[in-house]
Structure formats: structure tokens, C-alpha cells
Design a protein around this ligand. Structure first.
Ligand code: SF4
Length: 487
């Protein structure tokens, strides 16, 4: 296929101060939004795109793990990497953020590009520019176009209108807030091909697909933007699903994994259809499937459990806490008693089968958490979930700028005396640690939370039959060392 200029390089940023534990969390996924945008631009505008995933650029990775490094050396290494991408022939760079952790790195790399290749337009979009666009406007010299919100239509318009030609004449960047959303059923399969041509050895990354977009729920810890919940048509879903399978076979993957990205494998009707499709074609013998869903959805549609079993679909349940007050504060449910009961029933199902296992997501340290509420969850897990067929996945609450909590910190401070670090992503040290509130509640300091978290989950995590020893070691080392440093 022939593509017209201008060319566009998508850069997937990462962050500094990384330890092996961060890699276990952040090195498993394709840069999906960039791959989707690339496919949309190719299909609709014949624009040539390519990718630079900083996580996998060998000449740069040493800088990501160092506490301190020489800025000039980083700049030199980064320019060398850009030159391999023929940066001098490019007109546009798109930096697509997936997490606020990346903020300082985005600033650094944008500045380097601006200083060394001033003709290039820098477009930033994705998570952080949508959550806190002002952070980019403040540093206006580094950026030309900031997209706040869903970027598909904005990117298409950029390459249709004369906006890209005008940006250089302005002193301030353009802030684009797209009002229209791209028709879901026109979204092509993400541009995995172009990405894999460059990063051929990334066989461990998980291929993903969605049957819906957005989420109708309002959990207060959730960083997913509040967009309208929409389903793809089943016909469109099937077309993309079949294309994805063909693509995976083309790349000759061993033991391929397909993750359903839907925020909550939501519509029981659609889930039923998808699961039956998988089972009828015995796709579960070829692929390892996973998805995430809500406890109420499965509890209200019990037939889903047997379909999950037949399709060998590993399901992640966002349980989050066994304390009723915390569940209510999270707006996870309006009926915590029934919710906890439903969770027990689902766990019973998994404890009576050998495959597939299920995953239970837990959040420790949500604002309002104290030692007693923390222990309520531990007690629940030890009583009902400690089983080889149940993977318990505990995380500590991250105060992402897109959450309800971040936008209402005063409420939590007044109600629970929680304490937060505002704009933690601007602090030049480990962003994961900085994102965790200083106090969940009056007497529950971060140091105590981290200590309890390591001590109590250490024994729980080893019970799962497929526990990865290297990942457990990384987890223990990261939180164990942090706990020691905090006390
Ligand atoms: S946590 Fe899951 S269910 Fe809750 S709002 Fe976010 S995506 Fe929806």
C-alpha cells in the first residue's frame, strides 16, 4: 500500500526510577492506543506511521533504572535512537501517554526533540494530557498540539485541516478537545503488524481485543475516563477477532494469549455470544483467554461461570475490599453485604474446579482504610480465597489524577484525615511510591500500610498454583526495601 506524507512517529514513553517490579507491571502490554491511532490513520488517510517504544530500546533502558544519571548522556543516547528512526525526515511525533507516571519522561524527551529538531510538530495525547492538560500548556515550548480526551477524531482532523501548518507560527500550543467520538464499528484492528515488524521478539506481550468501550459504573478509585458505555456490533467484533487470530498465527506465536480489554466483561448478552463462539470453535485449545468483570454481573448470570470454565477464560474480579465501609466509600456497591456474599459464592465455584483459575483484585489503602479495615480484607481472603485456583492480586491505592478521589481530596481529608501528595507526578523520584497517599486515614500512615501489606500478603501470594517465583521475589524486594526505608 502506498502512503502519503506527512509521516508520523508514535513514541511510547515509560518512566525513570524503575526496578524489576515495575517491569512486571508495565512491560506486558502493547502500546494499544498508539497502535489503534496508527491503524485509523493508515486506513482513512494513508499516513505512514511507525513506532518507538522506549521500554524496549536497549540504548536507553540503562537510564530508566538509575536513580541519577547524566542528562547530556541521556540526550545523546536518545538522539541516536531518534536518528535510527530517520527523525530528520519526519514532520510529526505523537507521544501517547498511558499513565501519569510518564509525565517527567514526556517532558524530557519532548524538550530534547524540540531543541534538536525544531521543525517537528509534537502532539501529546492519551492519559495524562487528558487528565491534566494544564501541565502541558505550562510547558508550552515543548509541545505543539495537546489533545484532551479521545484522540481518534482529533488525529484524523489534524491530517485533514491545515492546523499542522499553522502550529509553528503560534507561541502557544493548540489545545484540542474533541467533541465527536469515532464510530466504534469503524475502528480497525490495531496496527500490531507495524509494531511487530520492529519489535519482533516481544512475544510475551498480550494481544488484546474489546467488545465494548467505557464503563457504566463509577468506582471512585478508577482512572478510566467517564465516557459513554458503548458496545461494538457483534459482526464488527467477530471480524476484528478473526483478524486478530490470523495475525497471531502469522507471527507464529507460541502459546498466545488474548486478553479482553473491556473494563467489565459487561453486557452478559454479548459475553454469552463471545464465549459460545470461542467454545464452538475450540479456540480455548489454541489461545489463553482472560477478561475482567464485576461480581454482580456474574452472580446475576450464573451461566457465565460454566461458559468461562468451558472457554478456559481466566476472569479477574474487581473485589477490592471485604470491609463494607470501604466498599461503600469506593462506590463499588450500594449493598456491601450482598456483594460479599456473591463473592463467596463465586469463589466456591472456582475452588471446586481445577481450571481455569480466577483472579481477585484487591486495593489496599483506599482513603478511609485503617488497620481494622485492612485486616477485614485479609481475614476474608484467608478464610474464603486461600486456594491454589485463586490468584490474589493486591495493589496499593494509586491516587491517579483522573480518579474521583484525586478530584475530591478535600472530602477525604475532612472525613478521614487522609493525606495526599498533590501533583506527585512532578516529583523526580519513583512515581509509583509518590502516587500512594501519605496517610489513608488519621492513624494509618503509608509506612504502616506498606509494612502491613508486605507482611500479610507475603504468605497469601504463594498459595496460588501458578505463582511466578521471579515476580514474587521482585514484589517482596520492592515493598520490603521500601518498608524498611519508610520506618
Ligand atoms: S473499576 Fe472497573 S467497574 Fe469500576 S468504574 Fe472502573 S472500569 Fe468500571
Amino acid at each position: 500500500m502506498e502512503y502519503y506524507n506527512p509521516q508520523l512517529l508514535f513514541i511510547h514513553p515509560t518512566f525513570f526510577y524503575q526496578e524489576p517490579y515495575h517491569k512486571d507491571l508495565f512491560y506486558r502490554d502493547f502500546p494499544l492506543k498508539a497502535l489503534e491511532l496508527s491503524a485509523i490513520l493508515k486506513k482513512n488517510k494513508k499516513i505512514k506511521t511507525h513506532f518507538l517504544d522506549l521500554r524496549f530500546e536497549k540504548d536507553l533502558t540503562k537510564f530508566f533504572s538509575k536513580a541519577k544519571f547524566n542528562d547530556q548522556q541521556f540526550e545523546k543516547a536518545f538522539i541516536k535512537v531518534l536518528e535510527k528512526e530517520s527523525i530528520q525526515d519526519l514532520q510529526n511525533v505523537g507521544i501517547i501517554s498511558t499513565s501519569s507516571f510518564e509525565f517527567l519522561q514526556i517532558e524530557k524527551i519532548s524538550k530534547i526533540i524540540k531543541n534538536n529538531f525544531p521543525k517537528i510538530n509534537i502532539i501529546v495525547a492519551g492519559h495524562h494530557p487528558s487528565a491534566v492538560p494544564n501541565n502541558f500548556i505550562e510547558k508550552s515550548k515543548n509541545y505543539d498540539i495537546i489533545i484532551e480526551g479521545k484522540p481518534e477524531i482529533a488525529f484524523l482532523n489534524l491530517f485533514t485541516t491545515s492546523l499542522l501548518n499553522k502550529v509553528k507560527k503560534r507561541k502557544k500550543p493548540f489545545l484540542i478537545k474533541p467533541k465527536d467520538v469515532f464510530n466504534l464499528n469503524d475502528v480497525p484492528l490495531p496496527d500490531y503488524d507495524t509494531y511487530l515488524q520492529k519489535y519482533k521478539d516481544k512475544t510475551e506481550l498480550i494481544f488484546t481485543i474489546s467488545a465494548s468501550e467505557g464503563c457504566p459504573f463509577h468506582c471512585r478509585f478508577c482512572k478510566i475516563p467517564r465516557t459513554k458505555f458503548r458496545n461494538y456490533s457483534f459482526v464488527n467484533f467477530l471480524e476484528r477477532f478473526e483478524n486478530l487470530q490470523n495475525l497471531i498465527m502469522r507471527w507464529n506465536y507460541q502459546n498466545p494469549k488474548i486478553g479482553f480489554l473491556d473494563q467489565s466483561f459487561n453486557s452478559a448478552l454479548l459475553s454469552n455470544k463471545i464465549l459460545k463462539y470461542i467454545i464452538e470453535r475450540k479456540l480455548q485449545d489454541q489461545y489463553r483467554f482472560s477478561c475482567q468483570t464485576r461480581i454482580e454481573i456474574v452472580s446475576n448470570h450464573k451461566n457465565l461461570l460454566s461458559l468461562f470454565k468451558k472457554a478456559k477464560m481466566v476472569v479477574g474480579y474487581g473485589f477490592e475490599s471485604a470491609n463494607k465501609g470501604i466498599l461503600y466509600e469506593m462506590r463499588k456497591t450500594s449493598n456491601p453485604t450482598a456483594y460479599i456474599k456473591k463473592m463467596k459464592e463465586i469463589l466456591e465455584f472456582y475452588e471446586n474446579i481445577s481450571e481455569p483459575y480466577c483472579r481477585l483484585n484487591i486495593i489496599a489503602g483506599f482513603p478511609g482504610e485503617n488497620n481494622e479495615t485492612f485486616l477485614d480484607t485479609i481475614e476474608f481472603l484467608e478464610t474464603y480465597a486461600l486456594h491454589p485456583n485463586v490468584q490474589i492480586n493486591p495493589t496499593i491505592y494509586i491516587n491517579d489524577p483522573n480518579t474521583y478521589v484525586y478530584k475530591n481530596m478535600d472530602y477525604y481529608h475532612k472525613t478521614f484525615q487522609s493525606m495526599f501528595l498533590k501533583e506527585w507526578w512532578k516529583i523526580d523520584s519513583d512515581p509509583l511510591k509518590n502516587s500512594i497517599p501519605l496517610k489513608s486515614s488519621k492513624n494509618y500512615h503509608r509506612s504502616q500500610l506498606v509494612k502491613d501489606y508486605v507482611e500479610r500478603y507475603r504468605n497469601i501470594l504463594v498459595k496460588f498454583k501458578y505463582s511466578s517465583i521471579p515476580s514474587l521475589i521482585n514484589w517482596k524486594k520492592y515493598f520490603g526495601n521500601w518498608s524498611k526505608n519508610l520506618t
